[in-house]
Design a protein around this ligand. Sequence first.
Ligand SMILES: [Zn+2]
Length: 161
Amino acid sequence: MSAVTSILTPIRLDYTYTAGRATQRFLLGMAEGRILGQRCPQCTKVYVPPRGACPQCGVPTTDEVEVSGKGTVTTFCIVRIPSDVLSVPPPFTCAHVLLDGADLPFFALIQECEFDAVRMGMRVEAVWAPPAELAPTFESIRYFRPLDEPDAAYETYKEHL
Ligand SMILES: [Zn+2]
């Protein structure tokens, strides 16, 4: 008889996430149609959404900064399977967008263009929910759409991939 060294057991965990002070400020900004980040007092990087501390310097990020709804696609992927949380039918494109004034890419859905037209360096802007539907949630930004601007040079975002 051999020893049992492991077993396979299906498991499910449900989490209730507490926003904390920094993320709460960010979410309240979402309800006002504003994108709020925080700047590190040492390295001056702006984190959006803020986490309350700079992971590189280990100090609190107390300076609140409002950043632009415009930004640059740094990386992206084309999703070809249905999503449980996004209502758009596949295929669709998700991207990391480096918002102007921020130092951390922001996860975004790209719409109002062909899914395979999205590219690194593409300039995009946030499309907000109607004012009556703004709420303290990421969904206040419905998606990002292309801007009629030349693509950003690789050198301007290569440190943020
Ligand atoms: Zn820092």
